[in-house]
Design a protein around this ligand. Sequence first.
Ligand SMILES: Nc1ncnc2c1ncn2[C@@H]1O[C@H](COP(=O)(O)OP(=O)(O)O)[C@@H](O)[C@H]1O
Ligand SMILES: [Mg+2]
Length: 471
Amino acid sequence: MVNWKRSSVLIRRTVGYSTVAALVCTGVSLLFLVVVGSKDDESSRARVTGAWDRVVPLIREGFLPPVLPAGKDMAIQVLNTRNEVVAATPQLAHKPPMATFRAASASVHAERVLCPPAGLKGCMTVFSYKVYQPDGPWLLYVSAPTIPWYGNTAALSFAIGMSLLMTAMTAAGTFHVAKRDMTAVDAIRTELAEITATHLHRRVPVAHNNQEEIKLLAGTVNDTLDRLEGAYKQLRQFTSDASHDLRSPLTAMRTQLEEALMHPDDTHWPTMTAAVLSGVDRLQAIVTDLLTLARLDARAPLDLSPTDLGRLLGGELDRRTYRMKIVKDLRQNVFVDCDRLRITRLLVNLLDNAERHATSQITVSVRADGPTATLEVLDDGAGVAPEHREIVFDRFTRLDASRDRDSGGTGLGLAIAREIAEAHRGTLTIQDSERGARFVLRLPIREAPHTAGRSEHRAGHTGLFSMPVPR
Ligand SMILES: Nc1ncnc2c1ncn2[C@@H]1O[C@H](COP(=O)(O)OP(=O)(O)O)[C@@H](O)[C@H]1O
Ligand SMILES: [Mg+2]
């Protein structure tokens, strides 16, 4: 099927290009032949005029020999007033007049194509001239081969030959190029068909003798495969991490329950239930975070509204109680377009971490930096080493130190926070600081809306700030 289709594409392309070439060649050849034809016709007429020039003075002066010098392919006859042939070129000597027509009484010259003129062979154009003599008008007949529209056969053969040659060369060239390109495309297709999830490391061939477009295609396909492979590896890692993180609390809960069932009398049931419940909490936290990530991955639309970032975060900070001292430096009138619920979630994730790692104090600041609104969450803990400042944003990444400090985290908090920042066309990074971790969120700033006061007010009334943040 594929082979048949391939041949049909090859044939169609070759025939198509050859037809165009043939049409162009035919057009050019016609033009060429018309030009040659008119040139030949002109030169034939010039020769006839030359014969007239030579013979007429002889008639006028009375020195006309009965046999005129032979022309190459021209025949001449001179007739007196009684229509008797008085002079002729050798092929018509002693023969009757080659034609009988003459110019109408007013004019001197007439011409006709005769096939053949009397005494000659083939089609000839016969020119008849009146030569006025004292005894009346004499007639001079000059016959010359009729010139076809294409001039001569040599020109015709040349035009046909060149046209055939050009068409054949175009056909061969098109076939060759099309076949080479199709072979390259076939190689890409075959390789792609064989690449499955298990062979994602394979790449399609990039042949250097191919057309630029095919090289570009192969390059793009390989880039796409690179990205696919990366995404697939990430997904595999994510699945394995997620399973592992879900299995650990499950296994712990199962062991606790089995233990309790085996020794029901020795079990302190309230303690056991509390332990199992904490496992359930952990599972719930992981599943909730996974769901949030899935929604962010699916690019669920944001509920954007113009928001004074300082006021939003100030409200959130006032609403919660913290184990640490919170220092606030929140500039007002720094407006961004944001989904308030999600930005609050981002802040909560950063504050949760800061609280877990800070020694005594957390500083939260909001300010405008030119076209960006900057939110910083700075703690006075151990900070994040420069080499870990990117990987902590990966899903399920938890540095060893924090595993010891607190087993409650899911390792998804920062991944969620960064997804939220990117969904808002912003960035979330860890920057250098004198002490502790400095998380910096940058969002595009917007002009203060005219209804800013009202919209904040409305948000407060709808209870937006007081809605529970899923964790
Ligand atoms: N303020 C911070 N100070 C030091 N390390 C941090 C801080 N915030 C995050 N980290 C590191 O980044 C890791 C990932 O954080 P996160 O994604 O929120 O997961 P989790 O908080 O569940 O551990 C943490 O485990 C911790 O090692
Ligand atoms: Mg966290």
